[in-house]
Design a protein around this ligand. Structure first.
Ligand SMILES: Cc1cc2nc3c(=O)[nH]c(=O)nc-3n(C[C@H](O)[C@H](O)[C@H](O)COP(=O)(O)OP(=O)(O)OC[C@H]3O[C@@H](n4cnc5c(N)ncnc54)[C@H](O)[C@@H]3O)c2cc1C
Length: 416
């Protein structure tokens, strides 16, 4: 069997690839890692993982800064749209909250980027790093924890071993279950329907989060379009998808109201199941769980990747220190402290989006009154209101930032 890797990353999606990039200092210092993903081998330009599908991701200002510290700031800025203004409102109720980034340090609360573009940027940023091996078109079937190394059985018949295995295999992988790691789960019985949307007026950097009785609707600036995320009860999805374009637009405009004029056109619709799923353990001997495998959130507040990125940075800070000194990456002591910090962040973030969904998704009169009063009260307390509006779009929070890296050369990265 070949020499053990220092780290094996199971899953080369958004989180797995960001982690590889964040581990660049250790790789440059001679550490070895392997990434395994069942998605087909990437083209020269882009990975094929389902992580990089038609969705758009709202990156908080903090996440933008973090990606910039990882040397990816220039392409992220080039291929994303700035969020310069935010409105959070509640359909049929008076309360709403507005924020303008005019006085914000870089004039933006965050940026919205196509997952496909982010995938390209990440892939270009990791594909030729020293010390990284790639197994695409390959699934990890089984993990066996061991005393000095853990082993991974692949579906191509090979067995790999690593001092530390990091699960970044998303919210639906059976691997955590196979290992007996428990989950707490809440099913929202809802689907997030996403599409690009054309509006009568250009978005000019405006982002909207509107809570309606059937679920929240987010409209985010996205190049020449806006990116729509509409949460609807699961039982209505088929009926919604079966509507003709005109009826669908009428329904959407009724719920969303006249913001940026009418929504006049929608791109193809894709639906995603919504649930909150949190792993009860993030760390075991020679094992760490990150990303959606650790916590899958309702996307109402666009928090999933922003939360995961903070965990990735925390993890990279610890692992880079150990690996650069030639220490064992799977040593359990530092991993416990790391997992505690990640879990604390997760529980605040997941709790917040859960509260948003439950209180703003409710037709119960006392909750309605409370939320209207709440939004109005927030309006009278600018600092509180600012935090609420930022948090409701996943644009709040922080963690240690990595040291600056040289900017990634992006010539020919993507056609504009
Ligand atoms: C509609 C929607 C909108 C969202 N909007 C936002 C937003 O605006 N902002 C935000 O911060 N977050 C957002 N999120 C959340 C964000 O998309 C997720 O947090 C993020 O995709 C998690 O990435 P991941 O790499 O952990 O998991 P995934 O994206 O699920 O990737 C998992 C990877 O693991 C691989 N894999 C699976 N099984 C195996 C195996 N056995 N062996 C090896 N590899 C395996 C898969 O092929 C895949 O490449 C949104 C989510 C949804 C559904």
């Amino acid at each position: 069997m070949m020499k053990p890797f220092d780290i094996a990353i199971v899953g080369g999606g958004l989180v797995g690839l960001t982690l590889v990039r964040a581990l660049q200092p250790a790789l440059t210092a001679g550490a070895r890692l392997v990434v395994i993903d069942p998605a087909p081998k990437p083209t020269h330009q882009a990975p094929q993982s389902p992580s990089f599908d038609d969705r758009a991701t709202a990156l908080s200002a903090y996440s933008c800064l973090a990606l910039s510290r990882l040397g990816l700031g220039e392409p992220v800025e080039r291929y994303s749209s700035a969020i310069r203004w935010i409105e959070v409102s509640d359909r049929g109720h008076a309360g709403y909250q507005v924020m303008d980034a005019a006085h914000h340090s870089d004039g933006a609360f965050g940026r919205v980027i196509a997952n496909a573009a982010l995938g390209q940027i990440l892939w270009q940023g990791v594909q030729s790093l020293p010390g990284a091996d790639w197994y695409f078109g390959t699934r990890v079937q089984q993990i066996k924890p061991g005393q000095t190394n853990s082993t991974l059985k692949l579906d191509n018949g090979e067995t790999l071993s690593a001092r530390l295995i990091i699960l970044c295999d998303g919210g639906r992988s059976p691997l955590t279950e196979q290992l007996g790691i428990g989950h707490t789960q809440r099913n929202y019985n809802a689907r997030a329907v996403i599409a690009t949307a054309r509006t009568e007026q250009p978005h000019a950097g405006r982002a909207y989060e509107r809570f309606t009785e059937s679920g929240p609707i987010a409209l985010l600036p996205f190049g020449d379009f806006s990116a729509l995320v509409w949460t609807i009860p699961a039982r209505l999805e088929k009926r919604f998808q079966a509507l003709n374009e005109n009826d669908r637009l009428t329904l959407l405009n009724q719920h969303f109201g006249q913001r940026l004029g009418r929504i006049t056109e929608l791109g193809p619709l894709t639906g995603y199941p919504l649930q909150r799923r949190t792993a009860t353990e993030l760390v075991r001997h020679r094992l760490l769980v990150l990303g959606n495998a650790a916590a899958t959130l309702h996307p109402v507040a666009g928090q999933g990747f922003n939360l995961a990125l903070r965990s990735v940075l925390r993890t990279a800070t610890v692992l880079n220190q150990h690996l650069i000194l030639g220490e064992d990456a799977g040593a359990i002591g530092p991993l416990h402290a790391l997992a505690a910090a990640i879990q604390a962040d997760q529980s605040v973030t997941a709790g917040f989006s859960d509260t948003l969904v439950r209180s703003f998704g409710s037709a119960r009169p006392w909750l309605q009154l409370g939320r209207t009063l709440g939004l109005n009260a927030l309006d009278r307390h600018p600092l509180l209101g600012r935090s609420f509006a930022l948090a409701s779009m996943g644009l709040l929070q922080g963690a240690p930032l990595p040291h600056p890296e040289p900017t990634l050369a992006t010539d020919g990265l993507m056609s504009p």
